[in-house]
Design a protein around this ligand. Sequence first.
Ligand code: PGA
Length: 256
Amino acid sequence: MNHHRKPIIAANWKMFKTVPEARETAVQLKVLLDGGPALHSREVVVCPPFTALAAVKEALSGSGIQLGGQNLHWEDEGAFTGEISAGMLLDCGCRYVLLGHSERRQFFFETDEAVSRKLRAVLSTPLIPVLCVGESLAQREGGRMEAVIEAQLAGALAGVEASRLDRLVVAYEPVWAIGTGKTATPAIADQVHGMIREWLARRCSADMAAAVRILYGGSVKPANAGELMARENIDGALVGGASLDADSFARIVEFK
Ligand code: PGA
């Protein structure tokens, strides 16, 4: 963490929680964080399933906790059964949206080209994109970590002018650390974040790279959040499993 960059702690609820469950967790979170210092110094985001966006928005109203979508389609509207547009997310009160999460890439065959279209769609709205990148275990063991991440960044940012990327947030999520209980060590994560920041400095500008928030994701828990956030290049967390419980997520938000 660097004091010039406000940390973002984001909950990714994935395909969990019914509407009543989502509402209950959001209410608990609001109570736990209300009046505490964390909400002044950090941005807190909850990304529920689409079906719970309205209920969570209502439950979080007045709390300062922001809402995010987990995915979107690049078109504004049209015959795209099952898809949701940036405008629809804004309509539901979202301020953030996740892009290119590894589960989207792995199970729904999202390519860098699709992620790039989504990024361009998001940048034409006030939504803040959280671009997820990360290598698999086989790619890391094969010495291809850097090449894979650079290709994901280059692919997603293809054709986007550097001046439009001042809102970009990046999430580094090594696939081998997601839901596995294996967290990248703070040193490993910090090294990759540094590499991403250098790549952005070359692709965009030194100023953009110095300001961009790079979140870490992959088995973040209350017990390891503080040591991860203590690293210079780690500007927050994208939390899956440990965000489903309000108490555990609130403890991550309040990392010391
Ligand atoms: P995890 O998931 O915290 O359960 O490892 C992180 C993510 O996929 O965003």
